[in-house]
Design a protein around this ligand. Structure first.
Ligand code: SAM
Length: 263
């Protein structure tokens, strides 16, 4: 797989060289900066307990966070009373989860696992699977997206819920991208912009205040495309939110969130 994430002072708007493997894009120098990028306190303020409320409302008590990153949701949900297992395909990210969990006095098991190799790697038995922070669009291949959602569905018991989100690629692909900075990527010391977007690839540029720039490439998953994939994977109902509200402007919301229930 190609390594297209760069650390450089000069940004480029050239078309990406090609899809990069999701977890492998998280080089140490970006992992080191991830918590500056998301800013846990401001992110919590923006979310206003949305995920905790949603999961409680679904009757969930135990949660498998399959894209833990540095552990923001794993730790936040554990502090809200959920039993959480944190998984991620990046060993460096998971190490951050462990450190952040310890810092918050939270104990949680961690599993280093790529979603594409999940069968057998992760035990079921969780009431909910969460895949947050626009992580799912790291899958470029349609067959992977289908297989991974089927696996998330299989991991859940009847009545279980998958909560999966992504950036508003409908707006990005319509050239109407704007980031309010209120959700997800809340850090003051970084500017997020779209360096390139077409139907196959979206390349984000993260410009940090000290002049360092990182790029991250993802598949620009559309809202209805995600809903169809979730239904196709076997989920019985899919409720969609924009910036944590069911009432949202499809081109103004920063992030789209789906809550998919297994009957
Ligand atoms: N959920 C965290 C957050 O919101 O801060 C991290 C989001 S980060 C954008 C995406 C995460 O998904 C990374 O930690 C990356 O390692 C993980 N990831 C991407 N592709 C993956 C895959 N195929 N299997 C497992 N993890 C993957």
């Amino acid at each position: 797989m190609s390594e297209t994430l760069t650390e450089t002072g000069d940004a480029t708007t050239a078309a990406p060289a090609g899809p990069a493997d999701g977890a492998a894009q998280y080089v140490d120098s970006l992992v080191d900066r991830w918590d500056d990028l998301i800013d846990w306190d401001q992110r919590r303020t923006g979310e206003r307990g949305f995920f905790s409320e949603l999961l409680h409302g679904c009757g969930a008590r135990s949660v498998l966070d399959v894209a833990a990153g540095t552990g923001y949701h794993s730790v936040t949900l554990a502090l809200s009373g959920f039993t959480v297992t944190a998984a991620d395909g990046s060993a460096a990210m998971l190490e951050r989860t462990r450190r952040n969990a310890a810092r918050h006095g939270v104990e949680l098991p961690t599993v280093h696992a790529d979603w594409r190799g999940l069968p057998g790697r992760l035990a079921g038995g969780h009431d909910a699977v969460v895949c947050l922070g626009s992580s799912f669009p790291h899958l470029f291949d349609l067959a992977d997206r289908r297989a991974v959602l089927r696996e998330f569905h299989r991991l859940l018991p009847p009545g279980g819920v998958l909560v999966l989100d992504h950036r508003n690629f409908d707006a990005i692909r319509a050239r109407r991208y704007r980031s309010s900075g209120n959700y997800y990527y809340c850090g003051d010391a970084v500017r997020v912009s779209v360096a390139h977007a077409d139907a196959e690839t979206c390349r984000f540029r993260y410009s940090f205040a000290d002049g360092v720039t990182h790029h991250l490439e993802v598949y620009p998953l559309l809202r209805d495309e995600a809903r169809e994939l979730l239904t196709e994977a076997g989920f019985d109902t899919v409720q969609t939110f924009g910036d944590f509200s069911t009432d949202f402007d499809p081109y103004e919301a920063d992030f789209i969130i789906h809550a998919a229930r297994k009957a």
